[in-house]
Design a protein around this ligand. Structure first.
Ligand code: SF4
Length: 379
């Protein structure tokens, strides 16, 4: 790097006080030094949720139902596999599989899930669970977290989503998700996953009870672990969507897109050891996602052929390939389809995909009409 790393005080200045355009330019320069050119990657994925039963009761969550609730569900491995097979047939290369903390599920359920998915879509990438799920499975199934991770590795899991991080400051976590694992637990499970060879993303959900200082603490904790393990491949921040969750009584307003763009830029500058910073069009809307590509983000996330969690917070997302390609192009970049671990699959230059129509048939912040997600291949 050859330069002093950004410390706490400077990071806080950048987040709160640096002129917006100068901050974006600085982050964009760092992004272009690391990823020269105008390519922006995305992945075609699907995100089925195997159960909405959860005993962790996070205050920001509109998705979960307590055991016995009339709307509670748990899918059979065959039902999950059928969903994955449908998405795979539409072009999905990754299944991002997550669920609530359901104490009724035995250890073998998770392996039956994996086996059914592998039988239905043998070459789809298994991007599974999250640190809080690993802790929950370990606890309910009487195994150590390391043993659970090792068993999933043996079953074919090579990457883990970085969910459940919220803000890695325990005072904040006690306020919004008091039954969830601590920040040290989250870090320790990530460290254990990295040690056995798994690669993971890292996330951050802001816009609830945290302070700006907490956001910087979160980033610096991630940077320290990445110095130690090198196991993170991407950082993905998004703001809280309070929806109809209990937290909506305290957090009535969502954070502004301008703060999101600042968070992306600061993340690019502080997380100097993270290869990729992901723009979350599905969390923040198309326009903010496009701006983030000019503020340090080099990736546009996933197509999310199925998404349930944000939908329960009245935030409908799921889109089409055309919408993602056009959004990336409209922002001034060239779309490149990638795998979960950022191997490039296909570069969509204009000759490959001349689609030039209206982009926003997707559902999201921009108020486009609701429609079934349809993958439109134009090769
Ligand atoms: S965020 Fe996850 S752990 Fe928390 S209540 Fe919702 S489903 Fe449960």
């Amino acid at each position: 790097m050859g330069q002093e790393r950004i410390g706490f005080r400077e990071a806080l200045y950048l987040l709160l006080d640096a002129p917006q355009l100068a901050l974006m330019e600085q982050a964009d320069a760092v992004r272009r030094a690391r990823h020269p050119g105008d390519d922006v990657t995305f992945v075609i994925d699907t995100n089925p949720n195997y159960t909405n039963v959860c005993v962790t009761e996070c205050t920001f969550c509109s998705f979960y139902r307590k055991p016995g609730h009339p709307e509670a569900y748990t899918l059979t491995p065959e039902q999950v596999a059928a969903k994955v097979a449908r998405a795979h047939a539409l072009g999905a290369t990754t299944v991002l599989l997550q669920g609530g903390h359901n104490p009724a599920l035995p250890f073998h359920y998770y392996f039956d899930l994996i086996a059914a998915i592998r039988a239905a879509a043998p070459d789809i990438h298994l991007h599974l669970f999250s640190p809080p799920e690993i802790a929950h499975i370990a606890e309910t199934c009487g195994r150590t977290r390391e043993a659970v991770l090792g068993a999933f590795w043996d079953a074919g899991m090579r990457t883990m989503p970085g969910g459940g991080a919220e803000i890695l400051v325990d005072d904040v976590r006690r306020g919004v998700s008091p039954k969830k694992i601590s920040s040290d637990d989250w870090i320790d499970i990530m460290r254990a996953a990295h040690r056995i060879g798994m690669k993971t993303s890292a996330t951050m959900t802001y816009g609830h009870r945290e302070s700006p200082e907490d956001i910087i603490d979160h980033l610096l904790r991630l940077r320290r672990l990445q110095d130690e393990t090198g196991g993170f491949y991407a950082f993905i921040p998004w703001s809280l969507k309070p929806g109809r969750s209990p937290l909506s009584r305290l957090v009535a307003e969502e954070e502004l897109p301008s703060l999101y763009v600042r968070v992306i830029a600061v993340a690019r500058l502080v997380l100097d050891n993270f290869p990729h910073i992901q723009a979350s069009w599905f969390g923040e809307g198309w326009r903010a996602g496009q701006l983030a590509l000019h503020a340090g983000a080099d990736d546009f996330g996933g197509l999310l052929l199925e998404e349930n969690v944000l939908r329960q917070a009245d935030h409908n997302v799921a889109t089409t390939l055309d919408a993602v390609l056009t959004a990336i192009r409209d922002a001034g970049f060239t779309p490149v389809q990638r795998t979960t671990t950022y191997e490039r699959l296909r570069r969509f230059d204009d000759a490959d995909n001349p689609f030039d129509g209206p982009i926003l048939r997707a559902r999201g912040h921009d108020g486009a009409p609701e429609a079934e997600p349809v993958l439109i291949a134009r090769a």
